[in-house]
Write a protein that binds this ligand. Structure first.
Ligand code: NCD
Ligand code: ZN
Ligand code: ZN
Length: 338
């Protein structure tokens, strides 16, 4: 094995479930999953059972997250009625963006009312991005608002061909719009739900082969800027229930899936660092992590799940798949932590 050294990776979209849903994950287990996957800096989402929509809840989260073994930042949340909190948190060094949910998903933070969405865009007067969970038509609204209020917009987990086209078009006029894609949308077709049932249910849902092709094209032509895992663990019991919650874990498999894409000729080797480090760092203005790097051999295959998982949920939708470049060593500020 001949190891290469690359920067500690950045995942700007994880759900570590604390406080309120620590049966699924917590900051310790989630950060162990991050490190196992080569991520040294992650940003946690606000859709907890008690959503992160006040300064007080943010401070509580920062405190709880001290048990994390990697670096961690937070996206603030909004239900459209906490605009007065924005002033209190927008310059907080722990906050990297504002998250808006325009579609049903895990948590109680949905905003459908156009007036409320507009209030949020008007109110978030900051260079830190507004992140949207918007599917299909909702994306048009978000792009329109970003233009109207001249806001920095990051479109989370794009999954449809039409969304890639919308972002590609928008980028012609808007300098400040970026987009992310999740590995599961790149690798699974919607029929996977027939076989994997609840384990393949997530928001946005899996797409068609056309959608998948458009996502790879979007990555290669600069329409899509980053790969974000949307690490969204749920217990096996929940996933096997009558009404499985949406979301899949992803921290431990994203890098291996990207090296598989290199091996399969879908992206270039230098793109791996671009999508998982350089671009996320630039878009979310993430501080330099000195002496922080990981070591791996991108030519050596491994099987997902062969040595178990660090995530508390203990499963992966990619189980059994052959990926490349398992992380062998992780150094955080010069200290070896894996
Ligand atoms: C996420 C979760 O479970 O928190 N679920 C998902 O299917 N992606 C929420 C989200 O990102 O929409
Ligand atoms: Zn989402
Ligand atoms: Zn998410």
């Amino acid at each position: 094995m001949s190891l290469i050294k690359i920067p500690g990776l950045i995942d700007v979209h994880v759900h570590l479930r604390e406080p309120g849903a620590t049966l699924k994950e917590d900051f310790y287990t989630g950060s162990r999953a991050a490190i196992a996957g080569g991520f040294t800096f992650i940003i946690d989402m606000p859709n907890n059972p008690t959503p992160t929509i006040t300064l007080e809840r943010l401070e509580e989260k920062v405190e709880l997250a001290k048990k994390a073994i990697c670096d961690i930042g937070f996206h603030f949340g909004t239900n459209g009625k906490n605009i007065e909190e924005f002033e209190k948190v927008k310059n907080n060094p722990h906050v990297f963006g504002l998250k808006i949910y325009c579609n049903h998903t895990t948590g109680e933070m949905l905003i459908e009312d156009l007036e409320l969405i507009e209030k949020v865009f008007a109110g978030w007067d900051s260079n830190k991005p507004i992140l949207v969970h918007a599917e299909g038509e909702q994306l048009k609204t978000a792009l329109m608002m970003a233009e109207k209020y001249n806001r920095v917009l990051h479109v989370c987990h794009i999954s449809q061909k039409s969304e890639v086209e919308l972002v590609r078009e928008a980028k012609k006029n808007l300098q400040k719009v970026t987009a992310g894609v999740c590995p599961h949308h790149l690798y699974f077709i919607k029929d996977a739900v027939l076989k994997m049932k609840g384990y393949a249910m997530m928001k946005p849902p899996l797409g068609s082969q056309q959608d998948i092709d458009a996502l790879w094209t979007g990555l290669n032509d600069g329409t899509i800027d980053i790969v974000e895992t949307d690490h969204a663990p749920h217990t096996r019991e929940e996933k096997e229930s009558e009404k499985p919650p949406f979301g899949v874990p992803g921290l431990e498999t994203a890098l291996g899936l990207m090296y598989k894409a290199v091996y399969d000729g879908k992206i270039q080797e230098e793109d791996v660092i671009k999508f998982l480090y350089t671009n996320p760092k630039k878009i979310f203005n993430i501080p330099e992590q000195v002496d922080t790097y990981i070591e791996l051999d991108p030519t050596v295959p491994y099987i997902v799940g062969e040595n178990g998982y660090e995530t508390k949920c203990g499963w992966s939708p990619f189980e059994g798949m052959e990926l490349y470049g398992k992380v062998q060593k992780v150094f955080l500020r010069g200290k070896e932590i894996l």
